[in-house]
Write a protein that binds this ligand. Structure first.
Ligand SMILES: [Zn+2]
Ligand SMILES: [Zn+2]
Length: 440
């Protein structure tokens, strides 16, 4: 069944409409070097796809990219923020422009049916062996990043300034950008004037660039909770404090925070994604553990959500006379991503000029998070963009397609990869030949 789906995708990819054809012509005209690069890029993509590595374990991945970037003449430093890498290409005076790719994969068993599907295993944060796959498309991002680097290195007469490519570890756990910054990303290396990054996108047709100026992705904090009760026999609940009933009450209370306490026009999400407690139907356990993620755009809303969760958990525990108050550990995650509106407008204008008027489309903001926000917070004018990665006919059919982080997620490699490389080359060139007045 999986094999058949892949087959259908391949056939459909040959039958793209006129718009896609026009886009493809724009790509070929603006960045003609891509055609000759394709076999190398496809080989790199397959290799990265088959050998994914989890957050902060990306040694093989970083080494493979470092070797290739050194061969192009970049000054490469590895081990930045544990497993990250920084590659610099100096080309006279001018702005410093950073292009980021992520390096890490996810603890998900791949079920795409691809001939080069991952069979890799890795150790998760608790030392447990888990299957690993590139279910978020970071292998595509790395391949596009390398393709853009190769073309920019060959086109040095068309731009001036400093090109700074970074391979960031641990995006999936929202810790890699912070690790690189703490390890001197903007002090040991030139601090960029601009930073861009691109992510594959399941809601857009292959090769289409998605953009959104201003707030684009939510902040995200994790909350790790243990509710304490007093265990005992399932037939004698009167002798116990049942932490499962206590947790159930707390969950329902917490789910009223967004609906009753926050402004409906200010987005917020609280998801309790894990709940663990008990061992048997006739035993009331001593405790229950819950893992939550809390998202918003506004700092005040963010603070309110976290305080309200604590208040509700403590109040529920007090209401059932729990033997001790809950343990509540908040792990701060990513800040909200803010796309610099002026730089976004420049990039979109350059894409439409060079790759065709339909090459870039506005897309809505999302409640998912991205630690790319850390570079903007550090004072760099930053823009995170998306690249459509689903066959247009499949997308138009309205059928339920795999999403990011699904075991079946795989981008339609062509024309997504070609457009990704072209878009990155166009945007880097735009920023690296910019008139001085714009480079504030
Ligand atoms: Zn992801
Ligand atoms: Zn991702």
């Amino acid at each position: 069944m999986v094999g058949r789906c892949v087959c259908i995708l391949m056939v459909l990819s040959l039958a793209n409409g006129n718009a896609a054809l026009a886009g493809a012509q724009g790509v070929t005209q603006a960045v003609p070097e891509i055609a000759a690069l394709e076999p190398e890029l496809e080989g790199l993509y397959r290799d990265l796809h088959e050998h994914p590595e989890l957050a902060f374990h990306e040694e093989r991945t970083a080494a493979a990219l470092a070797e290739r970037l050194r061969a192009l003449g970049f000054e490469v430093t590895t081990g930045v923020g544990q497993t990250g890498l920084v590659a610099i290409l100096r080309n006279g005076s001018g702005p410093v422009v950073m292009l980021r790719t992520e390096l890490d994969a996810l603890p998900i068993e791949e079920k795409t049916g691809l001939p080069f599907a991952s069979k890799s295993k890795g150790l998760d944060s608790e030392g447990k062996e888990v299957p690993v796959s590139h279910a978020c498309g970071h292998d595509l991002h790395m391949t596009g990043w390398y393709g853009a680097a190769k073309i920019m290195a060959r086109r040095r007469s068309t731009w001036h300034g400093t090109l700074m490519l970074i391979g960031q570890p641990a995006e999936e756990v929202n810790r890699g950008a912070a690790a690189m910054l703490a390890d001197g990303l903007f002090t040991r290396f030139p601090k960029p004037d601009f930073a861009i990054s691109m992510h594959d996108e399941p809601s857009l047709p292959s090769g289409k660039v998605g953009f959104h100026a201003g707030l684009f992705r939510a902040s995200m904090d994790s909350v790790d909770v243990t509710m304490y009760g007093r265990g005992g026999h399932g037939g004698k609940p009167q002798t116990t404090v049942d932490p499962i009933v206590l947790s159930a009450r707390a969950i329902l209370g917490i789910q009223t925070i967004v609906s009753r306490e926050t402004d409906p026009l200010s987005p917020a999400v609280v998801t309790i994604g894990a709940i663990h407690g008990g061992t048997a139907g006739n035993v009331i356990p001593d405790e229950v553990r819950m893992l939550m993620s809390v998202r918003s755009y506004d700092e005040k809303v963010r603070k309110h959500l976290l305080e309200s969760i604590k208040r509700q958990l403590n109040a529920e525990a007090a209401a059932v006379d729990a033997p001790s108050p809950p343990s509540i550990k908040v792990v701060p995650g990513a800040e909200a991503v803010y796309n610099d509106p002026e730089v976004t407008a420049r990039l979109v204008a350059a894409l439409r000029r060079d790759l065709g008027p339909d090459s870039a489309v506005e897309m809505p903001a999302k409640m998912t998070s991205e630690d790319f926000s850390a570079y903007g917070r550090a004072g760099v004018r930053a823009v995170l963009l998306h690249i459509g990665a689903v066959n247009p006919a499949e997308l138009a059919s309205g059928s339920k397609l795999p999403d990011l982080h699904s075991p079946k997620w795989v981008p339609e490699l062509e024309p997504t990869l070609r457009s990704l490389v072209a878009a990155e080359v166009v945007m880097l060139t735009e920023l690296l030949v910019a008139p001085k007045s714009v480079n504030k």
